[in-house]
Design a protein around this ligand. Structure first.
Ligand code: PLP
Length: 451
C-alpha cells in the first residue's frame, strides 16, 4: 500500500499510532484521539489532511523563523546536494558551506565569539558544551573545575547529557538523569515563586542562589553556568531586570564560564540576532540550533569565544558528530541568514511587528483568566490564574487548565503551547499585523471557552 496525502485521515492516524512513536507524547492518547496530520504550510499557516488552515503561533518548535514555504531554502538544499551532498570535517578536511557559515556566524555574534563547532541539534551542541567547558578547565591546569550549574525547569535538550543540564524533573525521573557533576538552582519565575518579594528583590535573590551554590560546591569545582537569556520551554520566563547583571557579576568574579543557550533566543527571536545582545550578557559559549536554519535542516552548534577556543584548539578535542557541519545543512543555514538579514526581519521584530505583538499580547491581561503577560520580541507567555489579584495558581494539577486551553486553541485552529499553567507563543518572525490580530482573537476565544 502506497501511503500518501491522499489516504483518508483516519487511516493515516491509525498507521501513525501503530508504528510511529512520538516524542514527548503519550502513545495511548495518540491511538485514542489520532494525531492531526499536517500536510503543508506557507508563511505562518499550516494545512492539515482535512484541508483546514491553522495559525502556527509556535513556529513549529520555536524554529521556523522565516516562515514556511521558502523556495530559496529548497533551492539552496538542492544545489548543495548536487554539488557535494556530504562530507565531514573530521580529519584535516573542510568544505565551503562550513567555512562560509562559520565566517558569517562570527560576523553576527558579539565580538569575542568567533569560532563555531557544529552539531546536528541543540541537544548535541549542549553535550559538546558540557565536554568543552570541562576540557577547558582541565587544559587550564584546574582539572577539579568540572561541575556545571543550571536552573530548574530549564530545557537544554533530550540527550542524556543535555537532559541532565536541563532541569525538567519529569525527564529526570526517567532513564537515569541527571548524570553526576550537574547542579541546579531555582528559576527567576516571579509570578509563580516570588511570594511577597518585589520582582527586583526576587531577581537578586534568584541570581545570588548561583553565588551560594558556588560557595557550597567550592569555586575550584565549578566549570560553568548554563542558562537561556529567556527561558523558553520552561514557560517563557522573563527574569526581573535585576537578575542578569547580578548573574554576570558572579560569573566574572567567581571565574566560571557562562554558556548562553540561544537555541530559542537566537536568530531574531528577541529582536536582536542573539538574546545575549537583547539582555546584555557576555557568554563564553552560545548554543545555537532551531532558527539557525529556520528548521529547514537539522543543524546546531556552539559559537565559542576566542578565550575558550584558544585553549581547546591547543589540544585534540576528541569529540564530533557524523553530521557536524553537514554541507547541505550549512548551505541552507547560510541562505536562511541571508533572508533574515536582507528582508530586515530581525529589525522588523525589534521595531515594528514585535512592538505591535507586545501591545496586543499584553492586552490579554484584560481577560479574567490571565494574571501575567510577558513578552520579549516574539516569544511570550501568559500565566493562567483563578484570581489575578492574589496571584493564585489553579488548585489541582496546574497543567490541567493549560492543557484544556491548548486543546481549545487547537480546535480554534491556533497552535499555542502550554507549560503547566502558562500559555506560550513563539510565532514565525514574518507574522504580519493582521495575522497577529487573528492570533490574539483566537487566543481570547480559547481562553473564554477554557474558563
Ligand atoms: N536548548 C534549548 C533552549 C531548547 O529549547 C532546545 C529545544 O527545544 C534544545 C536546547 C534542544 O535542541 P534540539 O531539540 O535541537 O536537540
Amino acid at each position: 500500500q502506497q501511503i500518501t496525502n491522499h489516504l483518508p485521515t483516519a487511516e493515516l492516524q491509525a498507521l501513525d499510532a501503530a508504528h510511529h512513536m512520538h516524542p514527548f507524547s503519550t502513545q495511548s492518547e495518540l491511538a485514542a484521539k489520532g494525531a492531526r496530520v499536517i500536510t503543508g504550510a506557507s508563511g505562518v499557516t499550516l494545512r492539515d489532511s482535512e484541508g483546514v488552515e491553522i495559525l502556527d503561533a509556535m513556529a513549529g518548535l520555536w524554529c521556523v523563523n522565516v516562515g514556511y514555504g521558502r523556495e530559496e531554502l529548497a533551492e539552496a538544499a538542492a544545489r548543495q546536494m548536487r554539488e557535494l551532498p556530504y562530507y565531514n570535517t573530521f580529519f584535516m578536511t573542510t568544505h565551503v558551506p562550513a567555512i562560509a557559515l562559520s565566517a558569517r556566524l562570527a560576523e553576527l555574534a558579539p565580538g569575542h565569539l568567533n569560532h563555531v563547532f557544529y552539531a546536528g541539534s541543540g541537544s548535541e551542541a549542549n553535550d559538546t558544551n558540557l565536554r568543552m567547558v570541562r576540557t577547558y578547565w582541565a587544559e587550564m591546569g584546574k582539572p577539579s573545575k568540572q561541575i556545571v550549574i543550571s536552573r530548574w525547569n530549564a530545557y537544554h535538550g533530550s540527550s542524556v547529557g543535555s537532559g541532565s543540564l536541563g532541569g525538567m524533573k519529569g525527564m529526570h525521573a526517567q532513564g537515569g538523569m541527571p548524570i553526576p557533576g550537574i547542579e541546579h538552582i531555582d528559576q527567576p519565575n516571579w509570578w509563580a515563586e516570588g511570594g511577597d518579594m518585589s520582582p527586583e528583590e526576587f531577581g537578586l535573590e534568584r541570581a545570588r542562589q548561583l553565588e551560594k551554590k558556588i560557595d557550597e560546591l567550592g569555586e575550584d569545582n565549578v566549570a560553568a553556568f548554563i542558562a537561556e537569556p529567556v527561558q523558553g520551554a520552561g514557560g517563557v520566563i522573563v527574569a526581573p531586570d535585576t537578575y542578569w547583571p547580578e548573574v554576570m557579576r558572579i560569573c566574572r568574579e567567581r571565574d566560571i564560564l557562562f554558556i548562553a543557550d540561544e537555541v530559542i533566543c537566537g536568530f531574531g527571536r528577541t529582536g536582536q540576532w542573539f538574546g545575549s545582545q537583547t539582555l546584555d550578557l557576555a557568554p563564553d559559549i552560545m548554543t545555537i540550533a532551531k532558527g539557525l536554519s529556520s528548521g529547514y535542516q537539522p543543524i546546531g552548534g556552539s559559537i565559542v569565544s576566542d578565550k575558550v577556543a584558544e585553549v581547546i584548539g591547543a589540544t585534540e578535542f576528541n569529540h564530533g558528530y557524523t553530521y557536524s557541519g553537514h554541507p547541505v545543512a550549512c548551505a541552507v543555514a547560510l541562505e536562511n541568514l541571508r533572508i533574515l538579514d536582507e528582508e530586515g526581519i530581525v529589525t522588523r521584530v525589534r521595531e515594528d511587528t514585535g512592538p505591535y505583538l507586545k501591545e496586543k499580547f499584553e492586552g490579554l491581561m484584560d481577560h479574567p483568566m490571565v494574571g501575567e503577560a510577558k513578552i520579549v520580541g516574539m516569544m511570550g507567555s501568559i500565566a493562567l490564574t483563578p484570581d489575578k489579584a492574589a496571584r493564585a495558581r489553579f488548585a489541582s494539577d496546574a497543567g490541567t487548565v493549560g492543557y484544556m486551553v491548548r486543546e481549545r486553541c487547537f480546535a480554534n485552529n491556533l497552535i499555542m503551547r502550554h507549560v503547566g499553567d502558562r500559555m506560550i507563543i513563539s510565532p514565525p518572525l514574518v507574522i504580519s499585523k493582521s495575522e497577529i490580530d487573528t492570533l490574539i482573537e483566537r487566543a481570547w476565544q480559547s481562553l473564554d471557552e477554557g474558563m
